[in-house]
Design a protein around this ligand. Structure first.
Ligand code: ATP
Ligand code: MG
Length: 571
């Protein structure tokens, strides 16, 4: 069996791997360094998983280094909770962080002093100025895609005046929004990002790392490339929407005394149908209680997928399957589900659980067994004998699923391969039984079904003439454990809840969670392990819920069904 964190997908080199192969072959770099730079303003989602697998995966493949860098330049929305969650998620995906030269944790905020000094350099070289235009005015001066911008009236301030003004910004003399530091590049540039972009803005906010030391904070554009240079990043990989920022990224590196010259490459971000990957919208789902929390099993967050029972290997396989390209496209969420199902089918231990129990009473049990409980063995996984066997208690009273029984004797063997009144079925791993009589309560509901067993059929074929219709799952009625089962479906019932003009909250699937209480699981599931998904035979894959499951009350999440039945459900 493969390791839980390793991808098992074979594939050709993607375009970034090709570039790196060449850079190493030509001696441009002797070793590579990448980074994954999340802003700690929310939990990581499936899109981030792609970026993590790419950046950490490159370091792994080429024997290089990948840094986890918190891009914490905007204190207003950031929080220690998110920092902790991000580290946990990256590690869970199988990528180490910290304590090892191959991967370290950095904070962009640790570079604030250096960035400030470099800003002074820019000012002294006449390449930055403090601008007092209001945001509205600045927008007007900036021009449009078809019209050049106009120079700000503050553009030609002297170096001395700029130094004094910037110092006043830093010391707190100005209110938020009163002024900004801008690079002095080209107000007529075709690329709007070069029209004197903002480098620093005033934010009178405490920062989770630097406290109250600063009231000016660098912009993403100013902090990012310089952070890359400080860390010696060779290949700085970001998503396509930053392609237009690359000239600014390069201008800053060219105009500052940075210790290295990183290069930026862009790839297409992951978009999944039926899914939202905007942190702002995911946060809204949490804050407005549409879901439990960031780790709700329906959320496309790494924490949610972990709680749901997805394995890190499945996510890594998925990232390998979809590949890394330069053109944007939407991936079918069915591909993610395929990767999850494929992994679980190969690796999940088997178990039996009856979701809607119907009691069978086997009248002749004591005639054929001298004990009230017979231990029957079942493999933990049919294709992996090395996973061992489990023992199931077979007793005179068992539960089967209500949907596995019918009194309709007209149903053909082909149509209904389960228990029919007057006919035979095999209880998986135990005897062949026959349904003899339905016993009802006063309200006319079925109380139980009286059955008889065919002797000597545990592990043996029944005698000539007896043909069980099929094999069904069951648990002992007396030696099983009651549990709650939570069935999840897609959170959105619209393939593009995020598309222009749509209110994503209107696309929520009202049936995304169905809670079933009173299910009965085989007794071995008392020892179910957190973090392991089990195949409940004939029902799907299930894992203990890390939030609600307790020793007194087992709660299982359905990770995914056995088959993809979404299409048939919507059509
Ligand atoms: P949001 O806009 O929702 O806040 P973000 O892209 O700003 O998301 P960051 O924390 O800045 O989130 O992202 C960290 C890294 O993850 C970035 O390098 C970004 O390019 C990458 N990333 C984010 N979303 C995706 C995605 N859907 N597909 C691939 N990479 C992504
Ligand atoms: Mg971002």
């Amino acid at each position: 069996m493969t390791k839980p964190n390793e991808s098992t997908v074979e594939r050709p080199l993607n375009f970034i791997e090709q570039i790196i192969t060449q850079d190493l072959a030509t001696g441009k770099h002797s070793t590579i360094t990448t980074r994954f730079p999340p802003e700690p303003n929310g939990y990581l989602h499936i899109g981030h998983a792609k970026s993590i697998c790419l950046n950490f995966g490159l370091a792994e493949r080429f024997g290089g280094v990948c840094n986890l860098r918190f891009d914490d330049t905007n204190p207003a929305k950031e929080d220690q909770e998110y920092i902790d969650a991000i580290i946990r998620d990256v590690n869970w995906l199988g990528f180490p962080t910290g304590g090892d030269a191959k991967s370290q944790i950095f904070f962009a905020s640790a570079y604030f002093d250096q960035l400030y000094d470099w800003a002074l350099d820019l000012i002294k070289n006449g390449k930055a100025y403090v601008c007092g235009l209001s945001p509205d005015e600045a927008r007007e001066y900036r021009g449009t895609l078809t019209e050049p911008g106009r120079p700000s009236p503050y553009r030609d301030r002297s170096v001395e005046e700029n130094l004094a003004e910037f110092e006043k910004m830093r010391s707190g003399a100005y209110d938020e929004g009163a002024c900004v530091l801008r690079a002095k590049i080209d107000m007529a540039a075709g690329n709007i990002n070069l029209r004197d972009p903002i480098l620093y803005r005033i934010r009178k906010q405490s920062h989770h790392q630097t406290g109250d030391k600063w009231c000016i904070y660098p912009t993403y554009d100013y902090a990012h490339g310089q952070g890359d240079a400080i860390e010696g990043i060779t290949h700085s990989i970001c998503t396509l929407e930053f392609a237009d920022h690359r000239p600014l990224y390069e201008w800053l590196l060219d105009n500052l005394p940075v210790p290295a010259q990183p290069r930026q490459y862009e790839f297409a971000r992951l978009e999944l149908n039926y899914t939202i990957t905007s942190k702002r919208k995911l946060k809204q789902l949490v804050d407005e209680n549409y879901v439990d929390a960031w780790d709700d099993p329906r959320m496309p967050t790494i924490a949610g997928m972990r709680r749901r029972g997805y394995s890190p290997r499945a996510l890594r396989n998925f990232c390998d399957l979809i590949g890394v390209t330069k053109s944007a496209s939407t991936v079918d969420v069915g591909m993610l589900e395929f990767a999850v199902r494929d992994d679980l089918n190969a690796n999940a231990p088997r178990a039996m659980c009856v979701l809607s129990p119907l009691k069978l009473v086997i009248n002749n049990f004591a005639d054929h067994f001298s004990e009230s409980t017979i231990a029957v063995g079942q493999p933990c996984h049919p294709q992996h004998p090395e996973m061992g066997e489990r023992t199931l208690p077979f007793t005179a009273e068992v539960f089967i699923d209500v949907s596995d029984f019918t009194e309709d004797t007209s149903l053909s063997r082909k149509k209904f391969k389960r228990l029919v009144l007057g006919d035979y079925v095999r209880l998986r791993g135990a005897s062949v039984i026959k349904a003899e009589k339905v016993v009802r309560d006063e309200a006319g509901e079925i109380s139980y079904v009286e059955c008889s067993l065919v002797p000597n059929t545990i592990g043996e074929d029944p005698p000539e003439g007896i043909r069980p219709r099929g094999v069904i799952h069951w648990v002992s009625a007396t030696e099983s454990v009651e549990c709650e089962v939570r069935l999840y479906d897609r959170l959105f019932n619209d393939p593009s809840p995020d598309a222009g003009g749509k209110e994503f909250l209107d696309c929520l699937n009202p049936e995304s969670l169905v809670v079933i209480s009173g299910a009965r699981a085989e007794i071995n599931l008392n020892g179910a392990e957190l973090g392991v998904a089990y195949q409940f035979e004939r029902e799907g894959y299930f894992t203990l819920d890390s939030r609600y499951s307790t020793a007194e009350k087992l709660v299982f999440n359905r990770t995914i069904g056995l088959k993809d039945n979404w299409e048939s459900k919507v059509s």
